[in-house]
Design a protein around this ligand. Structure first.
Ligand code: ZN
Length: 716
């Protein structure tokens, strides 16, 4: 993105975010999920990070959520109630630490304090001479709404602070002098407690049950529940909602005057947390001191696992530098502090851009569109694709190429496009049209009657394609272990691959976009494919599925190709293979032993078909290359001792100790021939488990029948 593009994008993001924020925080109306809004804010933050001179004072990254409602009395906060920057990944967290180190110009060896990020309403409580005198919402950060009467109904908020015992303060590591100061300020000064008012999940469920019975609208979630309970004028309603409160900050102040500097008396964040507990407030017992970022990551993972079992909703963790003196040093950038970070759980919605629409032929010939996305983390996984079902869905969404969209993914359900953020368009977006021809067979396409789907008119299109790819992946060909017909069909119908060559460009993020595709399974596929990019020449030729070219013929062709190779190396590029095959004329092919005119014609045509050549070049582009090792071994043996020279073998049934392909290779390496069918000329029938009709026929003909053990003796 160029700077001028970034500038346009930043302006559009600002307007969009502001619109949703106003609705959400001021009007309590949800026009977009918080997760999607966070995603937009994160994009803005990263863009501004790249172009700091494009940051303006009105940027959402520079301001704090919400404006105070008119109906409440205003309270100026003695110290601004700041909002936080968001991180969603370990990479984000490491980048945060790095930014701080750059800012300081030295390594930041710091303890962090990990806290749960409660999903409620931030409240500032003011205690004067131990008595609760005021409670206020965050408002715009500087001015909040006075809601004292409402918060007085919350039972976990003490109306009078407890005075801690000296020995308890000592146990928290406070110096004698600090203890004297703390006790004096509690008794004679002002203590401000900041924390989160929340509604427990159980309370929400009970309330909603009651509301349903009374025919009243249900509360959308616990946070809406708590905001609606506090930001209204009747304390009885607040009381009915049974809210709870957890402290996350303690500020000390003389009776008249400024808040005391951070780190002056209370030096550590974990100390402050415990102090709030001694003052009679509820604190989160899950909060944890972490020695470094690695411990932060373990804390985060452990919290995420416990999330469901907690009595309240959390949307992540807050990670704070534990040394409070550092808070002053690092300070605030924009309107959020450098010294703490909201490290949030990966949300089930995120925003990203649509790069491309691809069309896929399904089992019935129906063409299904898939959106190819800029990779984005959503629902705990990086994804890059989303199904669009059919063309009507594209029309309904009014989706265009280049659009910013909200993607949703929960659990293992395939990601979907929820909505298009049309306000973010630049005018460069391209309309999407249904395909004019089939993306697979390039045949005609038709929209049938009232059906929503476009179809490929070639009835065999899908089946042929599936069969070809399955054949390519099979053991005698590319031997793509674990890629059975079922999986290939899933890849095909869900838009990951169009042909066999595409198997080599599958990315993990694409697999995670599929249904029932867990991390481990995706890893296995990607690792397996990466390890199989070098294919034996004969197996590759066989895998191409050239008509009438079985394993035997493929080996024969491989030998001839190897002999034609300019440089006698053991590897070959697909490009060279194309050159060699294109150089064969029909007569040359026909002159080969064991290859008749029909087979020759089929081979000849295959290498002159543009569709096939396109596929071959795609293999090359995706990093596939060929090995001549096996072919050289096969031909190498011919000059040496030929133990099985001119002996012909037929195999039937399954061998226990080696695959059929291996058995054939062994026989050929020793000069023998392998035939498909039993005849009077056959020298040996090798008998495996569950043999076919060949066994009966061989018995009738009185042929020599070898057990597996006897066969192994012969080829030893
Ligand atoms: Zn087709």
């Amino acid at each position: 993105m160029t700077k001028s593009e970034a500038k346009i994008r930043i302006e559009k993001l600002k307007t969009e975010i502001d619109f949703h924020r106003y609705n959400y925080h001021v009007l309590d109306r949800e026009t977009i999920s918080e997760a999607a809004l966070d995603s937009l804010k994160n994009e803005l933050f990263l863009l501004e990070n790249d172009y700091p001179d494009l940051i303006t004072a009105d940027s959402p990254t520079q301001r704090v959520a919400g404006e105070p409602l008119e109906k409440f009395k205003k309270v100026a906060h003695s110290q601004p109630m700041i909002s936080l920057f968001d991180a969603f990944s370990e990479a984000d967290m490491r980048a945060w630490e790095e930014r701080n180190e750059n800012f300081l110009g030295r390594p930041l060896k710091q303890e962090y304090y990990g806290e749960l990020k409660l999903d409620g309403l931030a409240i500032n409580l003011r205690y004067e001479k131990t008595l609760l005198v005021s409670g206020a919402t965050r408002g715009d950060g500087k001015i909040g709404e006075e809601v004292t009467n409402n918060i007085r109904t919350i039972n976990s908020i003490p109306l009078k602070l407890k005075i801690p015992a000296e020995k308890d303060l000592e146990a928290l590591g406070f110096t004698e002098q600090a203890i004297t100061e703390i006790l004096r300020l509690i008794k004679e000064g002002v203590i401000e407690i900041r924390g989160e008012a929340i509604m427990n999940k159980k309370v929400l469920a009970e309330l909603n049950k009651k509301y349903v019975q009374e025919g009243r609208p249900e509360l959308a979630n616990t946070r809406n529940g708590v905001a609606g309970s506090i930001r209204q004028l009747d304390p009885r309603i607040t009381a009915e909602r049974k809210l709870d409160f957890y402290a996350y900050d303690v500020l000390l102040r003389e009776e008249s005057g400024q808040i005391l500097e951070r780190g002056e008396i209370i030096t550590r964040r974990d100390q402050a947390d415990q102090l709030a507990g001694l003052l009679g407030l509820k604190i989160l017992k899950q909060n944890k001191l972490c020695r470094d970022l690695n411990e932060v990551f373990s804390f985060y993972t452990a919290v995420e696992k416990k999330r469901e079992t907690l009595p309240f909703e959390i949307d992540g963790t807050v990670i704070k530098i534990n040394d409070l003196k550092m808070w002053n040093v690092l300070g605030i950038v924009g309107k959020a502090p450098r010294y703490m970070m909201a490290y949030k759980f990966s949300a089930e919605q995120a925003t990203t851009k649509v790069k491309e629409i691809i069309w896929q032929v399904g089992r019935t010939g129906a063409l299904t569109p898939t959106a190819v996305l800029e990779s984005v983390k959503v629902g705990g996984a990086i994804i890059s694709r989303s199904t669009l079902h059919n063309f009507d869905e594209i029309k309904r969404l009014d989706l265009r190429l280049g659009d910013t969209v909200i993607i949703e993914r929960s659990g293992d359900v395939i990601p979907k496009v929820v909505t298009v953020l049309k306000n973010l368009r630049t005018g460069q977006e391209k309309k999407v049209f249904p395909p004019k021809k089939c993306p697979m067979c390039e045949g005609a396409v038709e929209k049938v009657g009232e059906e929503v789907a476009y179809r490929c008119l070639n009835k065999k299109c899908y089946a042929i394609n599936l069969r070809q790819i399955t054949h390519f992946a099979s053991k005698g060909a590319a031997n793509l272990e674990g890629l059975g017909p079922k999986l290939i069909e899933q890849f095909l119908t869900e838009g990951i691959i169009k042909d066999a060559a595409d198997l080599y460009s599958i990315e993990k993020s694409e697999l995670l976009s599929l249904e029932r595709f867990a991390e481990k399974k995706a890893d296995n596929v990607v690792t397996m494919m990466a390890a199989r990019k070098v294919l034996e020449l004969d197996q590759f030729i066989y895998g191409l599925g050239i008509r009438h070219v079985g394993e035997e013929t493929a080996q024969l062709l491989a030998k001839i190709v190897a002999a034609k190779k300019a440089k006698k190396t053991t590897n070959m590029a697909i490009d060279e293979l194309i050159t060699i095959f294109s150089s064969f004329d029909l007569a040359e092919l026909e002159s080969l032993e064991d290859i008749g005119p029909i087979v020759s014609a089929s081979i000849y045509d295959f290498w002159r078909n543009e569709h096939n050549l396109k596929l071959l070049r795609k293999f090359e582009k995706n990093g596939v290359s060929l090995s001549l090792q096996k072919v050289n071994n096969l031909s190498g043996a011919s000059g040496q001792e030929m133990k099985l020279a001119n002996k012909s073998f037929v195999l039937t049934g399954t061998l226990a100790s080696l695959t059929r392909g291996e058995a054939k290779d062994k026989i050929k390496a020793l000069g023998g021939k392998v035939k498909e069918n039993v005849s009077a000329d056959t020298d040996y029938l090798v008998l495996g488990a569950e043999p076919g009709s060949k066994y009966e026929k061989a018995k009738k003909l009185g042929l020599k029948i070898l057990t597996e053990k006897e066969f192994l003796e012969i080829i030893k």
